[in-house]
Design a protein around this ligand. Sequence first.
Ligand code: SF4
Ligand code: FES
Length: 252
Amino acid sequence: MTITATLEVFRCGPGGTSRRFEHYEVTVHDDATVLDAIEAVWAHHDRSLTFRHACHHASCGTCGMLVNGVEALPCIADLSAALRQRNPVRVEPLRNLPLAGDLVVDVAGFFDRMRASTMTITRTAEDGLPIATDGGGTPAQPVEVAEGLARFNRFENCVECGICISACPTMATDDRFRGPAMLAALGRARAESDDPQERERLLDLADGEHGVWRCHGAWECTTRCPQQVDPAESIMQQRRDLLRRRLRGRVR
Ligand code: SF4
Ligand code: FES
């Protein structure tokens, strides 16, 4: 079975020049994702269309964009569901990051911040790991964890997709705000560190007017994150830790 869909695609030149929407009709399998439809546009209509993708299964974080105005990973966003929301399906680049061209944003500055956070690649596994079910913030489903798994390491949740940066209203008003992904990464790095001095340094990095105190508590980052990183809760936890440090002199 196939379906025919029209995509309303944001197009622009390098650096965001000549901004416009263009419409393309594609025929794809009825279980196609939005990314499948974008690839069909590229294959059958316009090979100059610029977009990012790699894994096609929500693990590389490269394909993040707006689908019908909401941040999502199009590689796991169901096209039929998107069509029921809006016809034609609109796809646009992420917000709050510099436009590179068409559906691609410049993530260099975002990656610099993630590097500065010293986020670990692996973390200590916990019971009841959440799993992503789609790119639109669907509540996490706990999975069965084998007995004893908590003693092992697993990969960090964050795939550095930039979706939380796009969804965050504070990022839209303060480009010096460290942002939900970096702040969550600082919290993770501190939780994994057993070096007291490093823990203090990481908490210092999260502090300040462009750090955790700048967050307005909109919680959009947590709602939109496709990997259930929960940056907003991490920000609030670091605020609590900073207050404890001020009250007691240091955080244990
Ligand atoms: S915290 Fe979530 S939304 Fe933000 S970059 Fe990481 S995976 Fe993406
Ligand atoms: S293509 Fe890798 S997350 Fe979408």
